[in-house]
Design a protein around this ligand. Structure first.
Ligand code: 48F
Length: 261
């Protein structure tokens, strides 16, 4: 059979358009494809939720690819290892309580589990704004990342979601936009993004879990974004907190949906 380039082209446009159209309204829209966002996507999709995840970059994985300073190994504590075990990711004990894993195996596997569970990942797409009605965030405003990078004057599109997750890492991009453009208070001491503090791994790892929560109506905050929002410190290349935060987001959203039924 001779290959036909037009069929190849149509297959891509058709399939992508179908996927994109089916995800213009979702249960949960996750912004950011780092470890916390991807883990949340997996557990939510596995629980049967309709999930779309938007990642600005072409590649998924956020800060996990590079391990620490581009040494592509990550460290997790016991509780973090238990999440890696769910994904069947190989870990090795380095010293009691410290486990290492290959950064590339970790992120590719989590990504694979998330997509196979049914989460739809839209890479190379940036979220630039939110949709607000009656003091609640109900949707996201999205644009192709190359449009954003080139500064082209192109209007974005909109998708609607019952729950939004800011998993944008150190940048807290969704929260910044809410603070800047909406008359909504965040559920922090100051009512706004408090800003990340300097490195303190022990404290930061604990706070990441604590700070993972609904931060304003319709918006949850996960991973490093949660710590930056609530004024917590950074933790560097220990990733247990990120994995546990993604898991907690899924638990919170699933529990909330149940209580609303
Ligand atoms: O930074 P990132 O990996 O977030 P995380 O899940 O994990 C943090 C750790 O990697 C590390 C750490 C150590 O434990 O502190 O930094 O909290 O991934 C965030 C992802 O969000 C994307 C960004 O490209 C990155 O891949 N992102 C950020 N803003 C947007 C976005 C946006 N507006 N639209 C789409 N993607």
């Amino acid at each position: 059979m001779a290959l036909n380039e037009v069929i190849i082209t149509r297959a891509i446009i058709d399939r992508f358009s179908q996927k994109f159209l089916e995800h213009t309204e979702v249960d949960t829209a996750i912004v950011g494809g780092g470890p916390s966002g991807l883990v949340a996507a997996y557990f939510l999709a596995k629980a049967g939720k309709k999930v779309a995840l938007y990642e600005r970059k072409l590649s998924l994985g956020g800060g996990m690819w590079g391990g620490g300073m581009m040494f592509n190994e990550i460290v997790v504590q016991k509780e973090g290892k238990e999440i890696l075990d769910i994904f069947d990711i190989n870990t090795r004990e380095y010293q009691p309580g410290y486990f290492t894993a290959d950064a590339v195996e970790s992120i590719t596997t989590i990504c694979s589990y998330a997509t196979k569970a049914g989460a739809k990942i839209f890479n190379c797409m940036s979220v630039e704004d939110v949709v607000i009605r009656e003091n609640r965030v109900i949707g996201l405003v999205i644009i192709w990342s190359p449009v954003e990078m080139a500064g082209l004057h192109v209007d974005p599109l909109t998708i609607m979601a019952k729950n939004i997750v800011d998993a944008t890492g150190h940048a807290t991009e969704m929260l910044n936009v809410i603070e800047r453009k909406a008359d909504m208070k965040l559920n922090t001491e100051s009512g706004g993004v408090m800003g990340e503090r300097s490195m303190w791994a022990e404290k930061a790892e604990k706070l990441t879990i604590e700070n993972t929560r609904e931060i304003c109506p319709g918006v949850y905050v996960a991973g490093m974004s949660a710590n930056a929002a609530f004024g917590g410190p950074r933790m560097g290349p220990i990733f247990g907190g990120m994995l546990l935060s993604g898991n907690k987001i899924a638990e919170l959203i699933i529990a909330k949906d149940k209580s609303e039924k």
